[in-house]
Design a protein around this ligand. Structure first.
Ligand code: 5GP
Ligand code: ZN
Length: 149
């Protein structure tokens, strides 16, 4: 897995390289986890691959797998440290989805019964065979090979 990708203007690249301080909770060869400075709830952790890739769709599979492998342990630690009742683990991808820092990252947000967070989001419905057609359109695209480095 490469660690060479870097964007000189990226805040998370600067954090990964120690040029901006962060409250780190876990470091591996390929990823860093630190506290979100403006948490949804206190204990909100970000998992950031060291290499700069803008969105999850651009991440090499091995790096995505590595970041994902850190999730269970980090979720357990956040739960134990905050006394949370649950958590949201999310990746925002693109401005339409609320991504503000263009260096792919996972959020682990501790959640509490009766906390003020506006969730869950609304759900739509499929009509007729729309659901089958959508499954076909997506599965047809999966002939694309996974991304390497
Ligand atoms: P996004 O909206 O891109 O999914 O998430 C970016 C997150 O990064 C936000 O939750 C924001 O609070 C956090 N953030 C932005 N700048 C900094 C920073 O300089 N340090 C830390 N620790 N978190 C940051
Ligand atoms: Zn970056």
């Amino acid at each position: 897995m490469s660690r060479e990708h870097r964007d000189p203007d990226c805040i998370f690249c600067k954090i990964v390289h120690g040029e901006i301080p962060s409250a780190r909770v876990l470091e591996t060869e390929h990823a860093v986890a630190f506290l979100d400075v403006n948490p949804v709830n206190k204990g909100h952790v970000l998992i950031v691959p060291r290499a700069h890739h803008r969105q999850v769709a651009e991440l090499p599979d091995a790096l995505a797998a590595h970041a994902g492998s850190l999730l269970p342990r980090l979720v357990r630690a956040v739960h134990a440290a905050t006394g949370s009742d649950g958590s949201n683990v999310i990746v925002n991808s693109g401005r339409a989805a609320g991504q503000t820092i263009d260096h792919c990252h996972w959020h682990i947000i501790p959640r509490f019964f009766n906390d003020p967070v506006d969730w869950p989001w609304p759900h739509a419905e499929y009509l007729g065979d729309e659901i089958g057609q959508m499954a076909f359109r997506i599965s047809r695209e999966l002939v694309e090979p996974p991304l390497d480095e």
